[in-house]
Ligand binder design. Structure first.
Ligand code: GDD
Ligand code: MN
Length: 387
């Protein structure tokens, strides 16, 4: 049976935490089958005595835990809580949840159900049908939340995810959380760490599911979110967005170097007296070796292929996809020249390379060679083929 630990950070939640604990343990957890539910409160020594309330409740609920630490901000509370959940409590699954009832406890079972049905990353989403933000929110607040999310969605190129800043999420430890260097997440003293954590989790996850969340208004005390938090959230999104494109820039650079290698060695081999065909063959192969090696150690270093067997297999695969690129050029090049005339052959070449060969190569590298993009459908197909 899976052990699911809800990590719940608190700072001055004395008014909420007692009732939250009772509601989870008495009303919600009993409704969840086939999972061992735990609650870990991470309290930053709240001056209002939140920790003491949790300490008292521990006598009543054996699956209740308290991690007391100094105040370091929200991100650190989660990181230390998750480390504790994984290391000390041997959690299979970790959830993020607020203590102030803005994440109504009744939604916990929906998240767990999505996990039990095969998702390894579940997002409590306010921006899908069935989800919502508080009616009480002023229009300006609604707009900031909505457009803020839209902005991050566009910057991160994550159109399939609708809520990127939600604080209500579930992640499987194996394969998702255990692949993330939690202590190195950006902006750990702030709320913005959430965007980085989501970004990394989605990258690792095999199946991401969004579950509707009716984000409730805050009951007691007031929110700790402020404009500074918002600015840092956008900052994280932009940095991650650029990092993502860095790969594309590196890919382009390597491609250009490959072109230079091809060009120079074509002349070198000709000069050595090789036949025209052999000169093309060898110089092209050198370019392919150049591209494979540089992409492997630079562009796709996070997914670097190592070991002799794997390298040989992948390099052969790489030659096949390169042959595909060659085929595209040899089909569409002459076709284009036929259309506009040899005078504009450089335009045809540029068009075919930029709009056909580059996208094709980038797709192949990400999907097939280094597999940094995951398409559930393709994964299934490949799995079937192997079986
Ligand atoms: N331990 C600890 N340390 N807990 C903290 C800290 C801290 O420094 N700061 C906040 N918390 C706890 C609060 O006690 C609460 O349980 C939870 O973190 C969320 O804090 P709120 O102050 O209620 O945040 P919010 O309601 O404005 O923001 C929520 O919604 C945002 C989206 O609109 C959070 O879920 C955000 O993560 C989310 O982005
Ligand atoms: Mn809140």
């Amino acid at each position: 049976m899976d052990k699911i630990v809800i990590v719940m950070p608190t700072y001055n939640e004395a008014e909420n935490i007692g009732r939250m604990i009772d509601e989870l343990f008495e009303k919600e957890f009993p409704q969840i089958a086939d999972a061992e539910m735990h609650l870990l409160v991470v309290d930053d020594q709240s001056p209002d005595g939140t920790g003491k309330i949790v300490e008292e409740k521990k006598a009543k609920y054996s699956n209740l835990h308290l991690l007391s630490k100094e105040k370091e901000g929200l991100g650190w509370a989660y990181v230390k809580g998750m480390r504790y959940a994984i290391g000390e409590l041997s959690a299979d699954v970790v959830m993020e949840m607020d203590a102030d009832f803005q994440h109504p406890p009744r939604f916990v079972k929906d998240m767990v159900r999505a996990y039990q049905q095969g998702a390894d990353y579940v997002i409590g989403s306010r921006y899908i049908p069935g989800g919502s933000v508080p009616k009480e929110w002023a229009l300006s607040r609604k707009a900031v939340s909505f457009f803020g999310n839209l902005f991050i969605r566009v910057v991160l190129l994550k159109p399939s995810i609708h809520d990127l800043t939600t604080g209500f999420r579930l992640a499987k430890v194996e394969g998702v959380l255990d692949k993330i260097e939690l202590e190195k997440l950006m902006e750990l003293t702030r709320f913005a760490y959430k965007v980085d954590l989501l970004y990394q989790s989605v990258k690792n996850a095999k199946k991401v599911v969004e579950v509707p969340l009716e984000f409730a208004p805050r009951m007691k005390e007031k929110s700790k979110f402020n404009p500074k938090e918002m600015v840092s959230t956008f900052k994280v999104a932009i940095i991650l967005g650029i990092k993502d494109k860095q790969r594309f820039i590196k890919f382009g650079t390597v491609g250009f170097l490959g072109f230079v290698v091809n060009f120079v060695f074509l002349r070198v081999f000709r000069g050595l007296g090789l036949t025209e065909t052999l000169s093309w063959l060898f110089s092209t192969e050198l370019a392919i070796i150049n591209n494979y090696t540089l992409n492997n150690i630079w562009t796709f270093k996070e997914a670097r292929i190592a070991g002799i067997g794997k390298t040989i297999a992948k390099f052969l695969q790489f030659n096949l996809t390169s042959a595909g690129a060659l085929a595209i050029q040899s089909i569409f090049g002459p076709l284009g020249v036929g259309l506009v005339g040899t005078k504009y052959d450089y335009l045809v070449l540029a068009f075919v390379v930029v709009f056909m060969v580059l996208p094709y190569n980038y797709l192949m590298y990400n999907l097939v060679i280094w597999r940094t993009w995951k398409l559930p459908l393709l994964d299934k197909l490949l799995a079937k083929k192997q079986a």
